[in-house]
Design a protein around this ligand. Structure first.
Ligand SMILES: Cc1ncc(COP(=O)(O)O)c(C=O)c1O
Length: 362
């Protein structure tokens, strides 16, 4: 048996929608993109959506259009995909890191407060709902208010996740999503910013389109970060299925937890009360990761390491002089292994994953 760690769930509906766009000849940015922006924003319980070429460009545009620039410091997590912190560097601002919580893998509000009290140049909080689990928003929102910070949510892994019944992406100034094929919904490449702030949205629309509202009149320095109708057609069909995909992910996760949580050498993911975890990843911890992952490979079980090192220990960040210590994130980076949880898994595959892992140490 060979079980991939991720598999986009694309069907006849996606094919038909993409063919309709092809037949229309309007394959660049247009009305299908606008439709996706509206539908996705209302899915997130937010007023506006601005589609972009990727989650990375969504983050860059959001920070840029909130005014983040050279003098600013942006507080974020050291335990995420590199795009989170890089988006700060692209704005010529400085990422500042705070350590994470052991159980949630998300920013620890206590550590966030420590950093904020030490550094008055921090203007923005960029948090990440890692693996599909919302951050502990109550204390983080309180800190953002107290220190008058912009708040950007990196929701690249958390489409549809809820904190106290409220969708991620709807808490801050902007929520940024990715539609990369491994994500809970996919358009190939693609991203989307959601926001309630009309002015911020106007600036974002300008920025993604070379600073032009009127054709060939360029009011600000922008870029080409436009999504295409072809990708948006995929996105609209995927969005219709997103709740269903998430429910299957949650069911698969609880099947894995039921089958693995009694193993003393492996730690299954925790879901705090009041949070809806949408299991972009199902990430366990093991002490002897190398031999465990070799065993998974030998038995045809795909896995991922999200992530093998903290962002600040990456060579580029080291070259910038980052030398802070983030013990909880570093420990997580040495132990985490993501197992398949995607909605295309069959019952037979889920049984196989559990049965195979259970005999690893026998
Ligand atoms: C947490 C996080 N932020 C940002 C991104 C960037 O998204 P994209 O790959 O669409 O640029 C990703 C993608 O993996 C991500 O996981």
């Amino acid at each position: 048996m060979r079980i991939p760690i991720a598999k986009p769930a694309l069907g006849e509906e996606e094919k038909k929608s993409v063919m309709q766009v092809l037949d229309s000849g309007m394959i660049a940015c247009g009305s299908v993109v606008e439709e996706l922006e509206g539908e996705f924003a209302s899915y997130c319980q937010v007023k506006h959506g601005v589609a972009t070429t990727s989650g990375t460009s969504a983050l860059c545009v959001a920070l840029k259009c909130l005014g983040v620039s050279g003098e600013d410091r942006v507080l974020t997590t050291p335990f995420s995909f590199i795009a989170t912190a890089n988006s700060i560097l692209y704005c010529a601002a400085k990422p500042v890191f705070a350590d994470i919580e052991e159980d949630s893998f998300n920013l620890d509000p206590v550590e966030v407060e420590k950093k904020l009290s030490e550094d008055d140049k921090i203007t923005t909080l960029l948090l990440v709902h890692l693996y599909g689990l919302p951050c502990d928003m109550k204390p983080l929102l309180k800190l953002a208010r107290e220190y008058q910070l912009h708040l950007v949510e990196d929701c690249a892994q958390a489409h549809g996740a809820l904190y106290d019944g409220k969708k991620v992406g709807s808490f801050g100034d902007a929520g940024c999503f990715s539609f990369y094929p491994t994500k809970n919904m996919a358009t190939g490449e693609g991203g989307l910013i959601v926001s309630d702030d009309d002015d911020f949205v106007d600036r974002s629309r300008l920025y993604i389109n070379h600073g032009q509202k009127i054709r060939y009149q360029h009011d600000v320095l922008g870029f080409n970060y436009r999504l295409t109708n072809l990708q948006a057609a995929l996105g609209l069909e995927q969005l219709k299925k997103l709740n269903g995909f998430n429910e299957v992910r949650i069911k698969n996760a609880s099947f894995l937890t039921d089958g693995l949580s009694d193993l003393s050498w492996l730690k299954t993911p925790a879901v705090p009360p009041g949070s809806k975890h949408v299991f972009h990843q199902y990430t366990v911890r093991v002490a002897d990761r190398d031999s465990f992952t070799t065993y998974l490979s030998d038995n045809g079980i795909g896995y991922g390491i999200h992530y093998p090192s903290t962002i600040c220990s990456q060579p580029y960040y080291q070259s910038l002089g980052y030398d802070g210590s983030y013990p909880v994130a570093e420990q997580a980076a040495s132990e985490v292994v993501s197992l398949p949880v995607h909605p295309m898994l069959t019952r037979e595959e889920l049984d196989y994953i559990v049965d195979t892992i259970r005999i690893y140490r026998r």
